[in-house]
Every structure is written in C-alpha cells, then in structure tokens.
Design a protein around this ligand. Sequence first.
Ligand code: DAK
Length: 257
Amino acid sequence: MNEKLIVTSKEDGYAIVQFNRPDVLNAINMEAMTELVDALEALDKDDDVRCIILTGNEKAFAAGADIKEMADASAMEMLKRDQFARWDRIRKVKKPIVAAVSGFALGGGCELMMTCDIVIASETARIGQPEINIGVMPGAGGTQRLTRAVGKVKAMEMVLTGSMISADEALRWGLVNRVVPVEYVLEEAKNLAREIASKPPVAVRLAKEAVLKSFDTTIEGGLEFERKNFYMLFASDDQKEGMKAFVEKRKATWKGK
Ligand code: DAK
C-alpha cells in the first residue's frame, strides 16, 4: 500500500495534519492536495476537534506545488485538472487552522500558509513566491493574500524577484504571528491550538468567519456581517453560560451550542 502523503493525528481538542513527502521537500502533488483537503474537511466535521494544526517537517513546510507534475501540462490540462476547486475547499474550512512552519514555505506552500488563520514560524523558515523563476506566477492567492498581508511594494518585490524572506522579515512584515526556535515550533502551535480549543466553539466559528469576510467585502458590508454574527451568538447557550459565569466569578463550561 502507498504511504499516505498527509498524516493526521488527534490530541486533546485539536488535530495535527502533516505533509509527508520529505524526499521532495513536501512538494504538493495532486494526490497530496486531495488527501489534504479530504483530511481537513473530515476534521472540520469532527466534534472532538476544535482547531487544526497544519505542518511539515524541519526542512520544509512545503516547497510549492509539484513542479514535475506540472512541467509538461498544457493550459487545457491545467484547466481540466481544476485544482483551484480543491484550494477553494480549504478556504471553506470553518475551524481555525494554525500553520507551524519550519524551513521552506515556497510558492503553493507559501500560499497554503497564508490560507491558514494563524502562523507560527521557526527561525529556519524561508518564505517566498519563486514561481517567476520557473516561468510562471503565483496561482493560488500569492498575488492577493500576500499583497494584503505585506503591502504592495514588498509583495511586488517577492513576486517579481522570487526571492525568499527570513522568518524575522516575515514577522516584521506581518506575514507570521511569531517566530520561535525550530524545536519549539510545533509545541507553540499546540499551545495556541489548545487555547483556541478551550474557547466556545460557536463563537470561534462565527468570529473566524467574520474576520475572513473582511477580505471580500467593503467595510460597510463587513460591519453588517459582523453585527449579524454578533447578534446570532446571543441565541447560543454558550453566550448565556459565558456571561453568567463571569458574573458568578467562576469558569464557564462550554456546550458548543
Ligand atoms: N516540486 C517538485 N520537486 C521539488 C520541489 C517542487 N516544488 N521542490 C523541491 N523538490 C525536490 C527536488 O527536485 C529534489 O528532488 P530530487 O532531485 O532529489 O529527486 C528534492 O526536492 C530536494 O530539493 P533540492 O535538491 O533542490 O534541495 P535544495 O536544498 O538544494 O534546494 C529549494 C531547496 C527549495 C531551494 C529548491 O528545491 C527549489 O527551488 N525548489 C522549488 C521551489 C519552487 O519553485 N516552488 C514553487 C513551485 S510552483 C495551482 C496552485 C498552486 C500552484 C500552482 C497551481 N493551482 C490551483 C492550479 C503553485 C505553484 C508552485 O508552487
């Protein structure tokens, strides 16, 4: 039997999803992408899981889409493969995804990292959009999410030169949340996942949804959307419990409804 290209494990309240193509620096081929999306969607439906960590290994989070798989493809073949459909499904995952990034996060790897909600990077992280060096350009959000995260001039430099940035630069530019020594990157992501998993799940879900909404609407539309989600939470048991527990000076117990 073929080895799985994506390995999933569950811990207390969260799950870890790990790329498993170490020989090619976790380059993402179509099979890995399918496994990844299937795993994320299954975890999204799993009530025991409240947060998902996406990670690679010490050398690479992911060095991009598999170049060897794309090299000879025609435009029509690329169109028929319809890989964007899989990427779109990741965007629809409702639970928070924390990326734990060591080594290379390049091309599709960087784009996948930016699709995650929070990013913990190790000091060894090397982040970039090097597609220009192989005759193409970013195709899964690299010109859009990167530009929103770091601003036009920095995104332009990364996309047009294909140069990589260090973890410290990524931190200064707002592309990652924090930088830790490589041996702590997964531990730090787990701490964060545990903390998110301890929060009321419906509020977490609606809050994530509202933050993401800011990417594709006007401020007016976004504020309206936020307000509706805010009101909706007053229909949850967890809102009653959370506020009651505060008044009674005790710890809240969440029901997730
Ligand atoms: N694809 C396939 N194999 C890769 C790979 C990749 N992206 N990156 C590395 N490898 C393989 C190498 O070929 C090598 O395999 P063997 O030769 O041993 O068989 C092995 O991994 C180790 O790599 P190196 O020997 O090159 O290792 P080095 O430490 O010397 O260099 C490197 C590391 C990361 C600087 C170098 O490997 C590199 O430049 N890799 C390519 C990085 C890159 O250009 N990434 C962007 C790929 S394009 C789409 C969505 C997304 C995308 C496209 C479409 N749709 C939804 C349609 C995304 C496109 C991309 O990401």
